[in-house]
Design a protein around this ligand. Structure first.
Ligand code: PLI
Length: 484
């Protein structure tokens, strides 16, 4: 088919899950009750849920059929062997240990490979990855290229490791204190930005030269592979599975949250080429997750994951997935909304620092923007800025990353183009009234991963939109109010 024909979803809808819109006054109450934290909203109160792409995908009819073939034996379930084969085939690692989700794998890896006083260089932090590194006695050091911290840079591979920064870490600390390199594909906190195959190869070669292992965070490796195929010279003729294997073949192992690329609602794994590391992981997995052939999952979950891994590698699937995200991004760019560019793999990242430039960083503009968007339309997004970055573990001070973002994360195979239009209209409506959005302060701050459970209060007492009795963003009001 001609390349300039538009993409479309390579599936049709066989079952629907009704969603309902609430009134604006209901949403004002709901977000105040939730302490202006979209994580604390009830999902019944959400119209279009773009909180995360994690565990929110629609499974296929084949995956649902696979659930019915769950072998719930405590040990040696047939589904484990299907799953192991899928990981070995597509990711190429020899030893596969299932975990209940990504952070279960991160916990085991950090325990096995980090000793107190170590440093762990990586291409930008991810929240759960970093905290497991810290709890194991390590310290994360960012070695991503500078362009990743600039929301306006159009660099095609903003997830790349900066070789000079990495060499400096190795020189400053000595190779024995570098636990491993943590290489994330695509980089979530940078806006879903990919790493080039060339950079994977050069980075792994540099580490291996110094006897340092490389562990991938393969959570969104398939999305990364699509960008490589699209953008990297010499890679257009490679298939998605070939690119995924080419990436993994360079590394020593990976952690994986299968709740993203692999199209399941729960699941993850840790994989290694080295038999000794795998042995250590199998020893630990029985303590924290479950036996090494189920890792905290039901047999049926393993089957759904085995099938999901295969489906995730299909070109038509990944093209439509990235195409839908790009559709929303293009609509917002046309309307002049500041978003991270180029559009990444799993969502659109609004630049809240620019959009709400009247709010200082101490008033958490991204947190406020996510709350305002919810009040406007019932669209649930997530803060990815100062609140997510947390406090410096040594000084206790708030960290202010360059990127103060709101993430509109698109679940896979769930929403339609019309939903994307509604989202775009709401973002534009809030942007039109941006100077009315009020700042926030903490009313409760948890010690770890504070963005999940923190509560906030508005600086003034009139809710998230100041002067809310005046003209305000308009989104259609439905007739019925949900009453609890
Ligand atoms: O949520 P888990 O425990 O299955 O996976 C943790 C995790 C690890 N790495 C990366 C890159 C992630 O994006 C990730 C989880 N991400 C979430 C929950 C998200 O909303 O992006």
């Amino acid at each position: 088919m001609s390349a300039n024909r538009s993409w479309a979803e390579p599936y049709r809808i066989k079952m629907v899950e009704p969603i309902r819109m609430t009134t604006r006054s209901h949403r004002e109450r709901a977000i105040a009750e939730a302490g202006y934290n979209t994580f604390l909203l009830r999902s019944d109160d959400v119209y279009i849920d773009l909180l995360t792409d994690s565990g929110t995908s629609a499974m296929s009819d084949r995956q649902w059929a696979g659930l019915m073939q769950g072998d719930e034996a405590y040990a040696g379930s047939a589904n484990y062997y299907h799953f192991e084969e899928a990981v070995r085939t597509f990711y190429g690692f020899r030893h596969v240990i299932p975990t209940h989700q990504g952070r279960g794998a991160e916990h085991l890896l950090s325990n096995i490979c980090i000793k107190s006083g170590d440093v762990v260089p990586g291409n930008m932090y991810f929240t759960t990855t970093k905290i497991h590194q810290e709890l194991a006695g390590g310290r994360f050091i960012d070695v991503i290229i500078d362009e990743a911290h600039d929301p306006e840079s159009e660099h095609p591979f903003k997830g790349n490791v900066d070789g000079e920064k990495l060499k400096r870490v190795i020189n400053d600390y000595g190779k024995d204190r570098v636990a491993y390199l943590s290489l994330e594909l695509t980089v979530n906190m940078a806006g879903g930005q990919p790493v080039s195959l060339q950079n994977v190869r050069e980075t792994c070669a540099l580490c291996h030269e110094h006897g340092i292992r490389v562990f991938l965070d393969a959570t969104r490796c398939v999305e990364n592979a699509y960008f490589i195929k699209e953008r990297e010279p010499g890679c257009a003729g490679m298939s998605i599975p070939e690119i995924v294997r080419a990436i993994c073949d360079e590394a020593d192992g990976c952690t994986m949250s299968a709740k993203k690329d692999s199209l399941v609602n729960i699941g993850g794994f840790l994989a290694f080429n080295d038999a000794e590391l795998a042995d250590a992981a199998r020893n630990l997995v029985v303590i924290y997750e479950g036996l090494h052939t189920y890792g905290g999952l039901a047999g049926r979950d393993l089957e759904a994951m085995a099938i999901g891994i295969q489906e995730s590698m299909e070109y038509d699937h990944i093209r439509a997935r990235i195409g839908q995200v790009r559709y929303l991004g293009d609509r917002l760019l046309k309307a002049g909304i500041p978003i991270v560019r180029p559009v990444g793999g799993h969502g659109i990242f609004l630049n809240a620092a620019t959009l709400l430039s009247h709010l200082p960083r101490e008033r958490f503009p991204a947190q406020a923007l996510a709350a305002a968007l919810y009040v406007d339309s019932g669209v649930r997004a997530m803060e990815r800025g100062t609140v997510s970055a947390g406090r410096n573990s040594e000084t206790g001070e708030n960290q202010y990353p360059n990127l103060e973002l709101v993430r509109l994360t698109i679940p896979r195979r769930v929403y339609t183009q019309a939903h994307m239009d509604v989202v775009a209209e709401s973002v534009i409506a809030v942007a039109d009234h941006r100077d009315r959005v009020a700042g926030l302060q903490f009313s409760y701050e948890p010690k770890h991963l504070r963005f999940f459970q923190a509560r906030f209060a508005t600086i003034q007492s009139h809710g998230i939109f100041r002067n809310d009795d005046c003209e305000r963003p308009t989104t259609t009001e439905p007739a019925a109010e949900i009453v609890r």
